[in-house]
Write a protein that binds this ligand. Structure first.
Ligand code: DON
Length: 319
């Protein structure tokens, strides 16, 4: 019974089974016409809404793909996970817990009400306020040094050199007054130092890093394999920090829809308004889907459906 059960820990997923799950989800949602590109960042409205790619990377480093896994979109909020990992490695797991906390807000990702409720505490590194504060905690002697550290961390997770999509950066930098206000409030309440506008700018830059579905699949799989990139073989975040990262992804990765998502899949995940979602089945696989049209909570419609189907077909739910 143990060997045949979908949840059994010792089961190795066969290539055939993974390919079948990927191809079937790819086809099923290819013609779906729901949701809309984010447009509050003008450059995101211009991205091809039909872009659709899936990558699943097993904890033992096998890469499976369907659709377009070469075109890049901006990583957006998925970056928050990897800056969180950097700060945990630099300052230990307690630093974020003490600064902004690790509780889901139940509010939209850029909520100001959520900041006001507990004066910038009792939130988490995956909503904008907590994420800008997290970027503000990255150590480095100046903005350039801080930025290099962040980019290098993302590159280690992806296993290749990455670069900023400058048009997306320019577009968001010109329209991010709300995030500047969020950062100012977080400074007023003592969660970011006086360089809060610098933190906002670096955060905007980190959100504009270009990634394809394959990159995101590997970044997810690195969290599925206790912080060791299964493709490059490098340990890129301390293994001890991974359970805490996954916990915050589980409770807050899809914002106010995190509960619904966890109910359906059981998977820690993170979305970005560029259209990507990464999800992690610990010890088994990381999966990523890119598809720009979003629902009202800011999560890719196709990505949620495809990941849920694939993970459920492969026994990815850890519960
Ligand atoms: O700060 C922002 O609004 C964007 N750079 C990122 C937001 C985001 O990706 C929310 N995710 N679904």
């Amino acid at each position: 019974l143990l060997g045949s059960s979908a949840w059994c820990c010792s089961e190795t997923l066969s290539a055939e089974r993974i390919e079948k799950a990927l191809n079937s989800a790819y086809e099923k949602y290819r013609n779906l016409n729901e949701g809309a590109n984010a447009d509050y960042i003008p450059a995101l409205a211009e991205v091809d809404s039909n872009l659709y790619g899936i990558a699943l990377v097993t904890a033992d480093g096998r890469v499976f793909t369907a659709g377009d896994v070469k075109s890049e979109v901006s990583i957006q909020s998925i970056s928050k996970v990897y800056t969180m990992a950097l700060v945990m490695d630099q300052q230990g797991p307690g630093a974020l817990l003490e600064n902004m906390g690790v509780d889901a807000t139940g509010q939209v990702f850029n909520s100001i009400v959520a900041i006001e409720q507990y004066k910038g505490a009792e939130m988490n590194p995956l909503v904008n306020a907590g994420a800008i504060a997290t970027t503000g905690m990255v150590q480095g002697k100046n903005a350039d040094a801080i930025w290099q550290r962040i980019l290098e961390k993302y590159e280690a997770f992806a296993g290749r050199k990455l670069s900023v999509l400058e048009d997306v950066y320019e577009s968001e930098a010109a329209t991010n007054q709300r995030n500047q206000a969020i950062a100012a409030l977080m400074h007023a309440y003592g969660h970011i130092d006086e360089h809060y506008l610098r933190a906002t700018d670096i955060y905007t830059r980190q959100c504009s890093v270009g990634v394809n579905a394959r990159d995101l699949g590997i970044m997810a799989a690195t969290l599925a394999s206790a912080g060791k990139n299964p493709v490059t073989g490098k340990q890129v975040v301390e293994a001890d920090n991974v359970p805490e990262i996954l916990a915050v992804m589980a409770t807050a990765g899809l914002y106010d829809d995190a509960g619904k998502w966890l109910y359906k899949t059981g998977l820690p995940a993170k979305s970005g308004v560029g259209g990507g979602i990464v999800a992690v089945s610990p010890g088994k696989f990381g999966i990523a889907v890119i598809s720009p049209p979003l629902d009202a909570a800011g999560n890719s419609v196709r990505a949620q459906k495809a990941i849920a189907d694939i993970s459920n077909a492969l026994g990815g739910n850890p519960y």
